[in-house]
Design a protein. Structure first.
Length: 270
């Protein structure tokens, strides 16, 4: 445990720079304070590539986010993945953010596998594009290529430690001096019973280091989520329900000055 905590501190001490909007999605992660780095499954694929290492079947997730109740900042997402061997899985992701004046698109491919029974690793090449205009003419667009990576370790069956890094090579957007979003996350999770989940994570990007906490509580056919994060201090919440194999998730996030942010996602496992 001491070694893991030391690694997490060193991991978060690295410098970071950023540009792109946060478009990880993963609605359960958003509802639990942004603790997606420790989640397991397709909904956490852009938080941590290692999350899809243990996919039991093929699945697809469609999601959307409306920050601060404004359609001008809407983000749409599509994720799909499937196991290719007993220990390895492949996934693909697409994101679209923005409107007519400014928009971003992201395509990512993920390969993840179990290197041991308890240790999973994932690698994720990402192609990103940004376009800017003034409503009359276009100022052009730029593209960038980056690689994300992450790992997840299961400990004592009920504990998990995970970490991920986005854009560690500091990829630039086109020929500009702007960097793509660079972010590093590390967290720990505890699941004392199936579906009962608590998580703590630290996240570092161009805004500094932020604290994230969250949890999930199963209540019959529903699962209720709650969480909080710093920088700025916000609270999150939401719920999910599974009906005939279709999982629907909703999340909401406060802001000290702006309106609420809403997100919804639908997941189906084949």
């Amino acid at each position: 445990m001491k070694t893991i905590l030391t690694a997490a501190l060193l991991f978060l001490a690295l410098p970071v720079y950023a540009s792109f909007e946060e478009i990880e999605m993963g609605i359960p992660a958003m509802a639990m304070g942004g603790t997606g780095v420790v989640l397991d499954g397709l909904e956490g694929v852009l938080w941590n590539p290692a999350s899809v290492a243990s996919l039991g079947s093929a699945g697809v997730t469609v999601s959307g986010k409306m920050p601060y109740s404004s359609f001008d900042f809407t983000t749409a997402g599509l994720d799909g993945g499937a196991p290719i061997t007993q220990n390895w899985s492949l996934a693909g992701s697409a994101r679209w953010f923005g409107g007519d004046l400014y928009n971003e698109q992201v395509l990512a491919a993920t390969i993840a596998g179990k290197l041991t029974r308890d240790f999973s690793f994932g690698l994720q090449p990402v192609v990103s594009r940004v376009s800017i205009s003034d409503g009359v003419s276009s100022y052009g667009s730029s593209m960038a290529f980056s690689v994300n990576a992450g790992f997840r370790v299961t400990m004592y069956d009920r504990w998990a430690f995970a970490a991920s890094v986005k854009n560690p090579l500091e990829s630039r957007i086109g020929d500009s001096e702007e960097y793509m979003h660079r972010q590093m996350d590390a967290g720990i999770a505890y699941e004392p019973a199936t579906g009962l989940f608590t998580a703590f994570a630290l996240s570092r990007d161009f805004r500094g280091t932020r604290v994230r906490v969250g949890g999930a509580l199963p209540l019959g056919p529903l699962t209720v989520y709650a969480g909080a994060m710093s920088g700025p201090a916000v609270f999150t919440g939401g719920f999910s329900a599974v009906v005939k194999g279709v999982k629907t998730v909703y999340s909401v996030q406060t802001h000290p000055e702006l309106s609420l942010s809403h997100a919804i996602g639908v997941t189906y496992d084949f």
